[in-house]
Design a protein around this ligand. Structure first.
Ligand code: CA
Length: 508
């Protein structure tokens, strides 16, 4: 009996140790598998892609120029209606995305600046956290990209045809259409990456930035239709301060031969040039012979502009489809978060404009669509939360399980994506445009709470404020500044503006 009891105790002791070992192994393996399952991040970032030209956002262009592949991201994920930028212009927006800091702190306030690549960026921190990082396509920050295992970026603004691409090995021309090339090279990198590591791939298009040269296969798209004009195409800028009227971004007067495709910006091959000529030359001739004046001329400009813009978008949409298919075909869709956005919105004829820069809705708002299977409820639409390109860096880091440095000024979108927006999520958003004079747009800054918007034009020739109620005046045609009915709102926004300038360490 004694012997057998001792034997029993030994057996129990051994069983306990085995159990502890098994539990430990299970814990360790689930920990490792959680670590291994850190999601890949595919960030598809366009240039000047307005929400008005994405059919998932609806609007008058949706049926005419659908974007089924971009829409798929929203259908299988979430679409944000209030994603605002901090400074609506190309280079500065990209610097905000990389750093998670406002322009005055990341040092890139206007397109004339050079990005300081020695500073902290999200890609660098992801690299340190064990991610493979790559950027392919538009960079536009002048200095050599840092924080990427692989970079292949367009020289300067980039060309639509036969673009020059810069790598650590130098600059080489790739023959073909830029949107296709960026996608080809993005997929090449996905093929060659280290499969043991999660990845961040920033696949960044030039399109649909001007000057709008469509792919040859899309030249006939929309050829036989008249694209509806925005109701503000002939805006007279009354009802606001003097600022808007001083623009130099008018479809009537400021497009020039290159934007209208009377001249080409790219260096084409003889075959490419012949194909473009075959479409444009006869149509250009007919326009010149018609000698259109006034509104008729503006209307022709608008059709030429919007059709080429939407043709450029069509190639982007096809590219998004190719990347989503690649994820599907390679078993990556479930563990890859796909983020689609643009460096800012754009005017597609609203207020008579092309271009961006203003704090008015069309360029202040940027698209944001995100798919993350198992984490985002398919088909979600977030109408109310104010999110921003300021949040992208924090989001990347949070997804990677990396610590968020305290100096980041945005917040992680991860809880918002999951439908659990924190109680203390921002209720207002600060904007600051610095590139005074570009396309006639003056320096301005302001704040919005998602409904009301206060804008300040501080330069002495303007020295004015504007206040809009986006709910009752979505086209922003009537400033209500000093309207007695809105004095309380106005005063609240003035206080909020001061608070945010102090919070973000802004000096006017
Ligand atoms: Ca841009």
């Amino acid at each position: 009996m004694v012997a057998s009891f001792a034997h029993y105790r030994v057996w129990v002791g051994m069983s306990k140790r085995i159990l502890i070992f098994i539990l430990g192994a299970v814990f360790l393996s689930s920990f490792l598998s959680a670590a291994e399952k850190r999601p890949n991040i595919l960030f598809i970032f366009c240039d000047d892609h307005a929400t008005q030209a994405i059919s998932a956002y609806g609007g008058p262009l949706a049926k005419l120029a659908p974007t089924p592949n971009i829409d798929r991201i929203a259908r299988e994920g979430i679409l944000f209606r209030k994603c605002y930028v901090t400074n609506s212009i190309c280079g500065p927006s990209r610097a905000v995305v990389l750093t998670g800091k406002y322009s005055h702190l990341n040092g890139f306030t206007t397109n004339t600046d050079t990005f300081d690549g020695t500073q902290q960026t999200a890609p660098k921190l992801l690299q340190q956290a064990g991610y493979s990082t790559a950027i392919v396509g538009k960079w536009h920050l002048k200095s050599e990209p840092t924080g990427f295992d692989h970079f292949e970026v367009l020289k300067g603004q980039g060309e639509y045809y036969n673009p020059r691409l810069r790598t650590s090995g130098g600059i080489a021309v790739s023959e073909g259409y830029v949107t296709d090339i960026i996608t080809d090279h993005s997929i090449d990198w996905l093929e060659s990456r280290d499969p043991e590591k999660p990845f961040l791939l920033m696949s960044q298009h030039k399109a649909p930035h001007g000057r709008w040269e469509p792919a040859i296969r899309h030249l006939e798209f929309l050829d036989d239709v008249e694209v509806p004009e925005p109701v503000t195409l002939f805006d007279d800028y009354s009802g606001r301060s003097k600022a808007a009227a001083q623009h130099e971004m008018g479809i009537a007067d400021h497009m020039g031969d290159f934007r209208l495709m009377f001249q080409y910006s790219s260096k084409h091959t003889p075959e490419q040039k012949a194909a473009l000529d075959a479409y444009f030359v006869s149509r250009n001739k007919a326009f010149l012979e018609a000698n259109l004046e006034g509104k008729d001329k503006t209307r022709w400009h608008y059709q030429r502009y919007i059709k080429n813009y939407l043709r450029c978008v069509k190639a982007v949409d096809e590219s998004v489809g190719r990347l989503l298919d690649y994820l599907d075909d390679n078993g990556l869709s479930d563990n890859t978060i796909v983020i689609y956005s643009s460096d800012q919105g754009f005017y597609l004829g609203e207020h008579g404009w092309f271009d961006k820069r203003w704090m008015y809705e069309e360029s202040f708002r940027t698209p944001l669509l995100v798919r993350w299977p198992g984490h985002i409820e398919a088909g979600s639409v977030n109408r109310d939360d104010i999110v921003s390109n300021l949040d992208f860096a924090s989001t990347f880091l949070d997804l990677a399980g990396a610590p968020l440095p305290e100096d980041l000024q945005g917040a992680s979108l991860v809880p918002v994506l999951r439908g659990a927006t924190p109680q203390d999520w921002r209720k207002t958003h600060y904007y600051h445009y610095y590139e005074s004079g570009g396309h006639g747009v003056p320096l301005h800054f302001g704040v919005t709470d998602g409904r009301y918007k206060l804008i300040r034009f501080p330069e002495s020739h303007l020295d004015s404020w504007e206040l809009f109620d986006i709910e009752s005046d979505p086209l922003e045609l009537e400033s209500r500044y000093d309207d007695p009915a809105l004095l309380e709102v106005q005063s609240g926004l003035h206080s909020e503006l001061k608070r945010l300038q102090s919070l973000y360490e802004v000096s006017e």
